[in-house]
Design a protein around this ligand. Structure first.
Ligand SMILES: [Zn+2]
Length: 352
């Protein structure tokens, strides 16, 4: 099979027409927690330094129910590699990330997605930044095409202008584009456009799927997704972070932990967010609510663990391989109701 011939069953659009598509994201945070990514620069050097760890996380997310294996090239673009002074690993890093994702997509029958991300150099009125971004996106899409991706995700984009550049690069390669924007405190793009307006422009420019990812938790993302759902006809995406964001702290940058005084710098983002984490049942509720709102592309971003993805998959009626290990507290040593649990130990439960 030539690398340019995807052989993984139905494509993204066919799957979306048949029902929700589940996409696990959050590789950066999960691998940071495991000790393979440095918080701060957040560059995925792990792809080259510990490829087996990345491949295993792809497998873990597929085992948990993801329909998509997304190449871990988030922040693997030229502009980010300049920040850490390692532009020479740009191409090997991208090609390796794509190869790792492809291997797991091929063995599992999942969709294989390329990835473009925010560059953090975009200036609306500075064409020089536009040229750099276009070049960065074009080279990454080129490597994704070589690897035989089914589609490309442009994600965590705060500026509509930059999102349109990602979309252009993906469309120029003839691939479906999933474009998800990242929205901070103000429920608008960085240019100040409403999300409905931004989504309409992305749809008109040819995006296959438009929506939101990252920054906001389910509680503060779903209302914005509703605005997008009402504005476009194409499938809509929602991939929140699994944190309990609120009206006062709508994104994970804003969360403050009054119960802890030892966080360096005082800001829980990005390495002390545990007290705010949504449990799997909350993520299942999110998935059901998203589906009820007409969201067709459902996932979880930074902070996601495989248990969140399994909860999303089960909430959408799936039984991924990980469901083999779904909880069964009826056989717990103290709290179980099963006849094989000694009554004496059931009685102890009240004393524990
Ligand atoms: Zn994220």
């Amino acid at each position: 099979m030539a690398p340019s011939e995807p052989a993984r069953g139905p494509g993204l659009l066919e799957r979306l027409a048949a029902g929700p598509v589940i996409c696990a994201e959050g590789y950066l945070f999960e691998l940071e927690r495991r000790g393979y990514v440095q918080a701060g620069p957040f560059v995925p050097e792990v792809v080259l330094e510990h490829p087996e760890v990345v491949a295993q996380l792809h497998r873990d997310f597929v085992h948990a129910g993801s329909d998509v294996v997304e190449a871990f090239t988030y922040y693997g673009h030229r502009e980010k590699l300049k920040v850490i002074g390692k532009e020479e690993v740009l191409e090997p890093l991208n090609r390796q990330a794509l190869a790792l994702a492809r291997e797991v997509a091929d063995e599992s029958g999942c969709l294989f997605a390329g990835n473009l991300s925010n560059t953090n150099i975009y200036e609306p009125d500075d064409p020089a930044t536009h040229r750099l971004i276009r070049a960065a996106f074009e080279e990454q899409v080129g490597w994704a095409v070589d690897a035989g991706v089914d589609y490309v995700i442009g994600e965590t984009l705060g500026w509509l202008g930059e999102a349109l550049m990602a979309l252009d690069a993906i469309k120029a390669a003839g691939l479906p584009a999933v474009i998800t924007m990242a929205i901070h405190r103000e429920p608008k793009t960085r240019e100040g456009l409403t999300l409905g307006e931004a989504a309409r422009r992305l749809e008109q420019a040819g995006a296959a799927v438009v929506g939101l990812n990252c920054i906001r938790g389910p509680a503060t993302m779903l209302p914005l997704v509703q605005e997008i759902r009402a504005a476009v006809a194409c499938p809509v995406a929602a991939l929140p972070v699994p944190y309990r964001t609120t009206a006062e702290a709508p994104g994970f940058f804003h969360l403050q932990d009054t119960g802890c005084g030892c966080i360096p710098g005082g800001r829980p983002f990005p390495t002390a967010l545990e007290p705010f984490m949504c449990n799997r049942y909350e993520m299942a509720e999110f998935a059901r609510a998203a589906q009820a709102q007409g969201v067709g592309y459902i996932g979880v971003c930074c902070g996601a663990g495989p248990h969140h993805i399994r909860a999303v998959a089960e909430a959408l009626g799936r039984t991924p391989p990980a469901s083999r290990y779904a909880p069964d507290m009826s056989r717990h040593s103290f709290f179980g109701t099963d006849a094989k649990i000694p009554q004496r130990y059931k009685d102890i439960a009240a004393e524990l």
